[in-house]
Write a protein that binds this ligand. Structure first.
Ligand SMILES: [Zn+2]
Length: 512
């Protein structure tokens, strides 16, 4: 039986509206990974005199953060794709080399834990079409999270159309010179599978992870509207209902995706999902950057969630999601790094600070995000989107002891006025360097700069060594194909946005 007291100058338990619940000079008693009591430290120390004490009056204790939308470890930038508008960046990704999934996942897991993330929504891009390889890869990714000690909600992106641009593969191939078209056809044959194989793989994964303890969930991920036929969307909804899992779907990340929905359906992407019956509290939409007012009402009325990926939207010139409107409408919004943090890493404290500041529009009466709301996005709402809401997202009796100890001295020394609230101080001044200890289920997984379950330096050395080999012929071929395809992909989107009159939800500047 494990038992410990986690002590802090401040314990930030959860967000309540625009504020947070804080216990000063508090402690959390955890037994076998569950919180059994929260209260005054002196009283709990009296009650449990022989127990191990973690933390001190120099610390602030808060729930572990949730990265609500994540893909890979090494960033696309590290893999050779400089930032570009999303549609072009997707084309560049074809050139990426193969990276060992176990080492790659650990690489980003290290960064996540170092910034206080204890749970992640991992949205995997399957490659090839061999289900044995899919399963091995998924298991390696899950093992990496288990080995480091994180909770993970795993899903893989289901795509059954429009793999290269926002039109049918056969139509786009017709636009290409025959030799490139042939290469693309061969690539698609080796990289895409029929819908039923994806659904069967989901069932296999779901069944295989029923006895993996309480740190693993499986979800379904319709990749995006343009990547899914209605048949694929409806099949995933049906399987989600049957297996009682959540859905996570990219949507309206760029204005091109907004335009795509209008061309395909004559409605917005959100209206189409509503028409198909997909909008509900079990669905999270990643991005939602280009939603109109009606979309936002539909999302709010159906209890659908949104995951805000601020850094990613900036890096891929996707725009700025109308977070202020989402929050006004009462939508539950999670927060994520989407493998593309503003510092090209997985720093949740940085992302919280970005989300806090990005939407501070001019005007003294404007409602802009409060630190407590951003904290709620990174904790309680992340817990909901990952399906762990009954276990994590707040520090409460009965919930898991998933928590972070931050060095309060690093935030408040040499001076911080009492006028500043604790949550404002944490969101404005918290740094990865001030994360002292990270605990998941009562187990310390990171302490004073060291991972307790995995040798970080050995993993990084192995990852580096694994990439010190020449590109394989297959990797070289993909790299060349990506380069040759690029101008045709760029050409495809050339006139897409010309007819649009953009009327922003809120203003940042003015021409007149
Ligand atoms: Zn994504």
């Amino acid at each position: 039986m494990s038992f410990s007291l986690v002590r802090g100058k401040y314990i930030i338990c959860k967000a309540i509206g625009d504020a947070v619940e804080v216990v000063e000079n508090g402690a959390i008693a955890q037994q076998d990974g569950r919180i059994i009591e929260i209260g005054n430290y002196a009283a709990l120390a009296d009650k449990y005199p022989t127990t191990q004490v973690i933390g001190s009056t120099d610390d602030v204790v808060l729930p572990g953060f949730v990265n609500g939308h994540h893909h890979t470890g090494l960033s696309s930038f590290q893999l050779g794709s400089a930032d570009a508008p999303l549609e072009l960046w997707l084309a560049n990704r074809i050139a990426h080399r193969h990276v060992d999934p176990y080492l790659d996942t650990l690489y980003s897991a290290f960064q996540m834990v170092e910034s206080g993330i204890t749970t992640v929504q991992h949205i995997h891009r399957l490659t090839g079409r061999d289900r044995t390889v899919w399963l091995e890869t998924a298991n390696q990714i899950l093992k990496a999270y288990q080995d480091v000690g994180m909770r993970v909600s795993y899903c893989f992106m289901v795509r059954d159309q429009n793999h290269l641009v926002y039109e049918a593969d056969a139509d786009f191939i017709q636009r290409l010179p025959p030799d490139i078209g042939l290469e693309v056809e061969v690539m698609l044959q080796t990289q895409t599978a029929p819908l039923n194989e994806y659904m069967e793989f989901f069932v296999q994964l779901w069944e295989g992870n029923q006895n993996q303890g309480d740190r693993v969930q499986i979800q379904l991920a319709p990749a995006n509207l343009h990547w899914c036929s209605d048949t694929a969307l409806l099949a995933q909804k049906e399987f989600a209902d049957r297996y009682q899992v959540k859905l996570h779907m990219h949507l309206l990340e760029t204005p091109y995706q907004k335009e795509y929905a209008e061309r395909r359906f004559g409605t917005t992407a959100v209206e189409h999902l509503h028409h198909l019956g997909l909008l509900h509290s079990g669905l999270t939409l990643g991005h939602g950057t280009w939603m109109n007012e009606t979309d936002i009402h539909l999302i709010a009325n159906t209890g659908t969630m949104i995951c805000h990926n601020a850094s990613s939207n900036l890096r891929f010139q996707s725009g700025i999601a109308p977070l202020n409107r989402f929050l006004d409408a009462g939508i539950k919004v999670a927060l994520a790094l989407d493998e593309a943090g503003i510092n090209d890493d997985q720093d949740m404290l940085q992302e919280m600070r970005l989300a806090l500041n990005l939407h501070r529009i001019p005007g003294i009466d404007q409602r802009v995000p409060k630190a407590a709301q951003v904290f709620q996005m990174a904790t309680a709402h992340g817990a909901e989107t990952t399906g762990f809401a009954d276990k994590i997202g707040s520090l409460e009796v009965g919930k898991a002891a998933d928590l972070v100890l931050l060095d309060w001295q690093a935030i408040a020394y040499p001076y911080l006025d009492d006028n500043i609230s604790i949550i404002d101080a944490v969101v404005h001044r918290g740094r990865t360097s001030s994360i002292k200890t990270v605990m998941v289920g009562g187990e310390i997984i990171f302490d004073s700069g060291t991972f307790t379950k995995v040798d970080k330096q050995a993993v990084l050395q192995e990852l580096a060594a694994s990439l010190q080999v020449p590109l394989t012929p297959e990797e070289q071929q993909r790299r060349q194909l990506s380069r040759r395809l690029f101008p045709y992909i760029k050409q495809f989107y050339r006139d897409w946005l010309k007819s649009h009159q953009f009327t922003p939800h809120y203003y940042q500047n003015s021409r007149y």
